[in-house]
Design a protein around this ligand. Sequence first.
Ligand SMILES: Cc1cc2nc3c(=O)[nH]c(=O)nc-3n(C[C@H](O)[C@H](O)[C@H](O)COP(=O)(O)OP(=O)(O)OC[C@H]3O[C@@H](n4cnc5c(N)ncnc54)[C@H](O)[C@@H]3O)c2cc1C
Length: 391
Amino acid sequence: MVYLSLVNARSENFEFDLVILGGGASGLLVIDQLLDDPFFSTWNILLIEKEEKVTDDRTWCYWEAGEGRFDQLLTCEWKKALFKNEVEDKYFDLSPYTYKMLRSSAFYKRVYGRIRESSGVQVLYSEVMSVMDTSGGVEVQLSDRVIAAKKCLSSVRDLRFLKNIKKYPLLQQHFVGWFIEVRSPVFDEKCVTLMDFSVDQKGNTRFMYVLPVSKTEALVEYTLFSADLLEESEYEAEIMKYLDKAGITEYRIVEKEKGNIPMTAYPFHHKNSKNLMYIGTAGGWTKASTGYTFYNAMRKAKALKEFLKSSSDMRKFTNRTRFDLYDRIFLNVLFARNGLGQHLFSRMFIEGNPITMLKFLNNNTAIAEEFDIMAAMPTWLFLKNIIKPTS
Ligand SMILES: Cc1cc2nc3c(=O)[nH]c(=O)nc-3n(C[C@H](O)[C@H](O)[C@H](O)COP(=O)(O)OP(=O)(O)OC[C@H]3O[C@@H](n4cnc5c(N)ncnc54)[C@H](O)[C@@H]3O)c2cc1C
């Protein structure tokens, strides 16, 4: 379905002030911000997306303090959490955070709905073949035409190059999840299981993630932070084993989801040029040490809106912080000693203060809090991995 009508296109050199490639999470988060601000009401913006986005192809979860931008769209939220390993269960109150679940269909409906009502943003359903910064602007190559624009934000990614960059080891957060329904109530719908490391680690960082949306329904996800993906049947066998161990033998699989999210400290902003910026996972908006992206992308989208008002050089939106360095060291450790994940996360969440950890993982802690976290880690291992990964 094509919404594009070029009748409004400007008869200057550029058809558009801004072209956004990819109408998934980050592209839409940026547009949702721009639509709020009268500054952009005169901008001619084009979103190019290869397919219509209407399904629950993603279940985004994130923790946030207080009210959030998408609270009205949430499927579920939790104020209590469980972290678990083979010897201990740690339940904790999430306050001041709430753990939130946003399913993608609700999010797509909201933002594509806003776009339809706007006059400045148009949608073109087409596959992007390539994009080039021509130094005066950008050219986006589609199968049947070239689009010229002043600026481009691209969430279209081809991250195969990351495999060959030894300096920044690549792990993946990879998972298969089942939405299941059971007859009799077994789940505590008030408590989310963030990480259950009681599963066999097999030399990796493997855990179960359980999101109960009612007493009889939950998303049960088998997740790894490791270099190599598994066969789909392996994830599924582990989910079955886990449910069986929990005494859940009769259930209906309502839906399945799977994914793999790159975990890397690669400085993605190096790929930006004057008129072209990568956003979302393609732009390094994924938190390298966890794979969480959505909360970070919300913040980046907001900052990007302000940036676009005052700067014309996309390379200036870098915003690197000390948290990038922490992520890099942590990833080096996890890459070199993948079986240690259970131990490290247990130190953080069981021995340490889980709320400070969540604050840290949202890049919000103060330096004094970070010293406490570091003190709880095996210092020699982290020092050894500060500069480069060990093998
Ligand atoms: C199943 C799943 C669950 C996840 N759950 C969480 C979570 O709970 N919390 C969290 O923080 N993160 C989560 N993530 C990670 C991250 O938030 C998502 O991957 C998020 O969608 C990334 O946003 P993005 O804009 O970079 O990519 P996307 O949302 O994938 O958007 C990219 C868009 O570009 C389009 N596109 C691709 N190629 C082309 C092309 N050539 N031409 C035109 N369009 C193109 C795609 O169709 C897509 O719509 C999850 C990821 C997956 C896969």
